[in-house]
Ligand binder design. Structure first.
Ligand SMILES: [Zn+2]
Length: 261
């Protein structure tokens, strides 16, 4: 099985002490490539440094998460632009809107998001989108410029059927995480993943967050890591009514085409 984890927060402090083992365990189950998520200017720089140390295995995104949008300045924008000049940085993000937590004021979120969409337009790099409870505002920003955006993925999709079809209508890719394994809040995704065309479906762990709740045996720790992508793939395959190898093959081809890796 060959898999691509399109969303791994490998710059997170919880990975520092055993980073090489984490990568080795991922490789052991077939996760051959990973895209390290950048969530701020410094974090994106750190993601790129990881990609530099693991050529052909790790790639990076550069962006500012909506949680940190209040700190987005003209200087941040030029730092991101510089990072996006590096070939190992494969997407702009994660960027978007999060009205669930509202850690940054909404006007600041919209400003930072629009500026990063501008970077995607200027560089031709795809968008790695984060959205929670802000669907209509996100679509309102992207729809008018969709024709000039190369590709976009709704990372960690958790929405409903209307949101899914809005994204598919915009020809976005859909990132599915272990959220689908959460019987308390992800059950609806099990039917929805059947609706996603094979060439629009991408898989991600969003580690160290979102440890799949259906792992058996349950690990003693709560940290998610890239090796659990195989489990997510198997769950998605079952929900789609196809063999895990089929889901793996399609999502890996889609991920490689999306990120050019
Ligand atoms: Zn996110």
């Amino acid at each position: 099985m060959d898999l691509v984890d399109i969303g791994a927060n490998l710059t997170h402090a919880s990975f520092v002490h055993d980073f090489d083992q984490v990568l080795a365990r991922a490789r052991g189950v077939g996760v051959s490539r990973l895209v390290v998520t950048g969530t701020g200017a410094a974090g994106s720089q750190a993601a790129l440094e990881l990609a530099e140390r693991h050529p052909g295995v790790l790639y990076a995104t550069a962006g500012v998460h909506p949680h940190h949008a209040a700190q987005f300045t003209a200087e941040t924008e030029s730092e991101l632009a510089a990072l996006l000049g590096d070939a190992r940085v494969r997407a702009v993000g994660e960027t978007g809107l999060d009205y669930h937590r509202d850690y940054s004021p909404r006007p600041a979120q919209l400003f930072a998001f629009e500026r990063q969409v501008g970077l995607a337009l200027a560089t031709g790099k795809p968008l790695f989108l984060h959205q929670r409870e802000a669907h209509d505002d996100l679509v309102a920003v992207l729809k008018p410029v969709r024709d000039r955006i190369t590709r976009a993925v709704a990372h960690c999709f958790t929405g409903d059927k209307r949101e899914l079809f809005d994204y598919l209508d915009l020809d976005f890719h859909i990132g599915i995480t272990g959220w689908i394994c959460d019987e308390r809040r992800g059950e609806h995704l099990r039917a929805l993943v059947r609706e996603i065309p094979a060439d629009r479906l991408l898989l991600e762990t969003d580690c160290p967050y979102l440890l799949p709740r259906t792992l058996s045996p349950k690990p003693a720790h709560r940290r998610n890591e890239p090796m659990y992508l195989k489990h997510i793939c198997e769950e998605v395959a079952r929900d789609r009514g196809e063999a895990p190898e089929v889901t793996a093959g399609a999502t890996t081809a889609a991920a490689r085409a999306f990120f050019g890796i």
